[in-house]
Design a protein around this ligand. Structure first.
Ligand SMILES: C[S@@+](CC[C@H](N)C(=O)[O-])C[C@H]1O[C@@H](n2cnc3c(N)ncnc32)[C@H](O)[C@@H]1O
Length: 264
């Protein structure tokens, strides 16, 4: 789909310059707004995806849907952790302060934010996203979105986004370069409860995690590789994952591949 980049009607010079740089990174045309409506810009350019830089966020309009960064459930999950309660993802990953985590499927970044909160300032969370528009919008939001929970703001700022396919990224990493590698691919049958991911679906990369990516992740992870999926899914067999946790009270389960250090 063709993409154009523009700004809100009231944008000043700084925002215009930022929009021009974003357009260059996405190799898409930048269109001056000049008071025109988005429908007029679309008609003039033929662009089906319109990215609009606003003063406090970047918005992507595609197929009648609007996609922008929001931390979604990350705020609630961090608050729950602060009460000493558990989080299924951080439990499955067995995250500890200081861990280096590769989130291989950034999406809207909620899992990466929660991971960054748990590993803390001494840890590191790198998150790959193969769809450049998603990577750009989420990376921008992670730096700019501010709410009333200081821990959430700090965690968002620490997530390092890499706009790249995870297999390409993994191939460049050293053996044991991360403690944990985590995959949360798009579910083939979306869960009704995952409303937050609905606008993402139009843009997202829907490929399954490949056996090659798992093999690379096993090489790169020191402790474990985790794959999130529906409990009833052929992916467990496809990827050779026999240890699956969670999913008794929820349709979501986590497959665990133990690496060198965590192997029981
Ligand atoms: C279900 S979403 C992840 C949701 C995320 N865990 C969260 O908390 O918001 C899956 C994301 O992974 C991305 N993705 C799929 N295949 C990928 C690949 N090979 N490399 C990098 N990102 C990929 C999709 O584009 C999508 O944005």
């Amino acid at each position: 789909m063709d993409t154009i980049v523009t700004t809100s009607k009231s944008a000043g010079g700084d925002l215009v310059a930022t929009a021009e740089r974003l357009a260059a990174r996405l190799r898409s045309p930048y269109m001056r707004r000049e008071g025109r409506s988005l429908a007029e810009l679309r008609a003039a350019s033929g662009g089906e995806i319109v990215i609009v830089l606003e003063s406090d966020r970047t918005v992507c309009r595609v197929g009648g849907k609007v996609f922008f960064f929001h931390p979604n459930m990350a705020k609630q999950r961090i608050s729950v952790l602060a009460l000493g309660q558990s989080d299924p993802m951080t439990d499955a990953l067995e995250l500890r302060p200081g861990d280096h985590v590769l989130d291989a499927t950034l999406g809207l970044g909620a899992d990466a934010i929660v991971a960054a909160h748990v590993v803390g300032e001494s840890g590191r969370v790198v998150a790959t996203e193969s769809v450049a528009i998603i990577a750009e919008i989420v990376a921008d939001g992670l730096q700019r979105f501010t709410c009333d929970l200081a821990e959430l703001n700090a965690a968002m700022r620490r997530v390092e986004v890499v706009a790249e396919d995870h297999l390409t990224f993994l191939r460049r990493q050293a053996e044991d370069g991360f403690d944990v590698v985590y995959f949360d691919p798009m579910f083939e049958t979306p869960l009704l409860s995952s409303v937050a991911l609905s606008p993402l679906r139009e843009l997202a990369d829907h490929r399954r995690v490949s056996p090659e990516a798992i093999a690379e992740a096993r090489r790169v992870a020191r402790r474990r590789v985790i794959v999130k999926h529906n409990r009833e899914s052929p992916v467990w067999d496809e990827l050779g994952i026999s240890q699956v946790v969670g999913g008794s009270a929820s349709p979501v389960a986590y497959g665990i591949i133990w690496c060198q250090e965590d192997r029981p």
